[in-house]
Ligand binder design. Structure first.
Ligand SMILES: Nc1ncnc2c1ncn2[C@@H]1O[C@H](COP(=O)(O)OP(=O)(O)OP(=O)(O)O)[C@@H](O)[C@H]1O
Length: 644
């Protein structure tokens, strides 16, 4: 290993950083063993303006300072930096040796197009004037809350238009028990979360419509194409927001077994479930064990659950692994709500909606039904039914428009599985004692439920007044209507699924009617995966560039840093910042070019040998320097900073 002894003695030994001591300290280790000074937990000295930070870190750190929070720790530092001491130490730049070009009298010349105009920087040193200690970052500074989100006062002007009647929220204290017009319960919970800082989506300028887009030459691109599309980003951000949403005040229990932070997620709160005919509600919760969010279903059962027997299918349900099911985690009873309730916990899918909500929500914009969507749904539901039946189970009431979730574009998941098995346990046991084929008959009923579900969705294409007919009449109407354009294949499948014959072989049905359709679905899924991968690759560099910018901001304009003179190594960092961000064109107009920033930062991060000219703001000093030299300087200054 090549170690530059000159620079090594200024570099803190990695063993000190990681272990707190170096066993080679007096046995030839060339690196510095001077320990960092102690953090004063009383907030003295440098830390006086940030007492809360210093005291909290001090409380957690051992007195010898070994484990002091340090940006230089191996987990944080990019590998290129940690290798720097050994690999590139002898390449560290000697700024004083870099040729300095001083133009005579600051005459306009080669540096003009990148001249840095700074009206308020009269001293020309490149330093900003506002280096006052009170400007230090302080965590106790009150945070900014947008006025429209003040707790309990205003609601955002764009909250959904008053289409729903006021509902009663059973979980709020009495004085706030009425929801404003048009706000679903979850929206109100969100507003009342005192610590919520909703993202202002409008801050991201949307891409202009194609007719307004200025045609660009083929080698140019605009900022929108460099990042993931706005709508995809917004969807993902909204999901994150929904996942992290909390409810500060409620009369819900603090925790139920290992689950805490309950937030109701029923969009249309109904006290009694239409499917199980017992009071039921669903909450987003967090697990104490793994910290993940889950959907917790509470059911107030009207019979006593005194032993494990009703839960006998739960183990099997937990074993059903399928892309089209909401995974069941566990089921138990709890007294946390004041009386015995059945609790069933599932995976949580933020902002998921039920098929009913997705296609038929009163007063809301819903996705119109097409034959292609119905084929996609059918294939996914048959896929999950095959997996469920294979385990000797039956989906039962999970095959309902209010229980099948849409978790992504055209992506279905069967949810709330296993609940009917628990609630119907005694009746099922009776039936099983009478007939050994009871579960097979339930599986046959699943096919009829599936047929009904697809039929219910298909009739959303016909006028409302014609929907209240019998199953056979509806099928007849769909076949003969001149306004409905379902293919013969689809109508045959729909009829087959709704036939009440004793025998139905799901595998044969699959082979006969769905094989060709599966290829088309597979094609769409592959396209979607390719799209997502392409989007991910546009964001690939973000973390790297963010770390680089963070480093630059840690270094530049530090209030306590005095050494920014022209001969200091830090000077070129500052000139580089000016070169990247504070450029003006030949007409004196600021250059706000994102691709230029990205190009420069990428070159800096890669540390390439390309040389370029940096000019001081007063245009008296010019330095020719390479990206590699700047990167090495930044690394060395940052190392020193994190060692102090
Ligand atoms: N696992 C889950 N992850 C995320 N959201 C879920 C999950 N399960 C259900 N939801 C959401 O919870 C909401 C309420 O579901 P629920 O099954 O109670 O519907 P419902 O129409 O009220 O039916 P019911 O009449 O049985 O109460 C739906 O918007 C659904 O999207």
């Amino acid at each position: 290993m090549n170690i530059n002894l000159d620079s090594a003695k200024d570099t803190l030994c990695k063993n000190i950083l990681i272990y707190g001591y170096c066993k080679y300290e007096n046995k030839g280790c060339a690196f510095s063993h001077t320990r960092a000074p102690q953090v004063n937990s009383n907030g003295g000295g440098q830390n006086a303006t940030v007492p809360s930070i210093s005291s909290s870190f001090a409380a957690n750190s051992p007195s010898d300072g070994k484990r002091k929070f340090n940006m230089n720790t191996p987990s944080f530092q990019p590998s290129s930096v940690s290798n720097m001491t050994s690999k590139f130490a002898n390449l560290s730049p000697k700024v004083k040796e870099i040729p300095v070009f001083v133009p005579s009298g600051g005459a306009p010349g080669m540096g003009q197009s990148i001249s840095l105009l700074s009206a308020n920087n009269a001293n020309g040193s490149g330093l900003s004037d506002d280096l006052l200690p009170q400007k230090k970052f302080n965590v106790s500074t009150p945070s900014f809350t947008p006025s429209s989100f003040n707790t309990g006062q205003d609601f955002p002007p764009n909250s959904s238009a008053g289409s729903q009647p006021p509902a009663t929220n059973p979980y709020l204290p009495n004085n706030q028990n009425t929801l404003p017009q048009g706000s679903g319960p979850s929206e109100v919970y969100f507003q009342q979360s005192a610590n919520a800082y909703p993202l202002q989506y409008h801050l991201y300028a949307p891409a202009p419509p194609p007719r307004l887009t200025i045609p660009l030459p083929p080698h140019e691109t605009n900022a929108n194409s460099m990042f993931i599309p706005n709508d995809l980003r917004e969807t993902l951000q909204k999901r994150n927001e929904a996942t992290l949403q909390t409810l500060p005040r409620s009369n819900l229990p603090d925790h139920i077994n290992i689950y805490h932070s309950l937030v109701p997620i029923d969009k249309n709160y109904e006290p009694v479930s239409k499917v199980w005919c017992v009071p039921s509600s669903i909450y987003k919760v967090f697990s104490n064990v793994d910290g993940n969010p889950y959907a917790l279903r509470k059911i107030e059962h009207n019979f006593a659950i005194v032993n494990e027997a009703p839960f006998k299918t739960i183990k099997k349900w937990k074993q059903v692994k399928n892309a089209n099911i909401v995974q069941l985690q566990e089921a138990f009873t709890s007294m946390a709500f004041g009386k015995s309730c059945l609790i069933v916990v599932y995976d949580y899918f933020p902002n998921a909606s039920t098929l009913l909500e997705h296609h038929k929500r009163a007063g809301m914009r819903t996705e119109p039904i097409t034959e292609e969507i119905l084929w996609t749904y059918l294939i996914q539901l048959i896929n999950v039914l095959l997996a469920v039946h294979e385990k000797g189970l039956a989906a039962r009431s999970a095959l309902d428009l209010t229980k099948v979730l849409v978790t992504n574009k055209n992506r279905l998941r069967l949810s709330n599985c296993g609940i009917t098995d628990i609630l119907n346990y005694e009746k099922d046991e009776e039936e099983i004692s009478k007939s050994h084929n009871y579960f097979q008959s339930l599986q046959r009923k699943d096919i009829l439920l599936l047929g009904k579900l697809i039929l219910d969705l298909s009739i959303l294409t016909i006028p409302n007044s014609l929907r209240n007919q019998s199953k056979n009449e509806l099928l007849g109407y769909l076949r003969t209507s001149s306004t409905i354009n379902f293919s013969n294949d689809f109508l045959e499948v729909l009829t087959k699924l709704n036939e009440e014959s004793a025998e139905f072989d799901l595998y044969k049905f699959n082979q006969r009617y769905l094989t060709n359709r599966v290829f088309s679905l597979m094609n769409n899924l592959e396209d979607s995966a390719d799209f997502m991968e392409a989007q991910m690759s546009t964001e690939l560099e973000n973390a790297r560039l963010f770390r680089l910018l963070t480093k630059l901001n840690f270094i530049i304009d530090r209030p306590e840093a005095k050494d920014w003179t022209e001969n200091s190594s830090k000077y070129i960092i500052k000139l580089f910042r000016d070169y990247v961000f504070f450029q003006y064109d030949e007409f004196g107009k600021p250059i706000v070019d994102l691709s230029r920033v990205l190009t420069n930062l990428n070159k800096l991060d890669a540390g390439i040998d390309e040389k370029f000219l940096l000019v001081s703001r007063d245009e008296k000093n010019c330095i020719i320097v390479s990206y590699k030299e700047i990167r090495d300087t930044i690394d060395s200054v940052f190392r020193n900073l994190s060692r102090d």
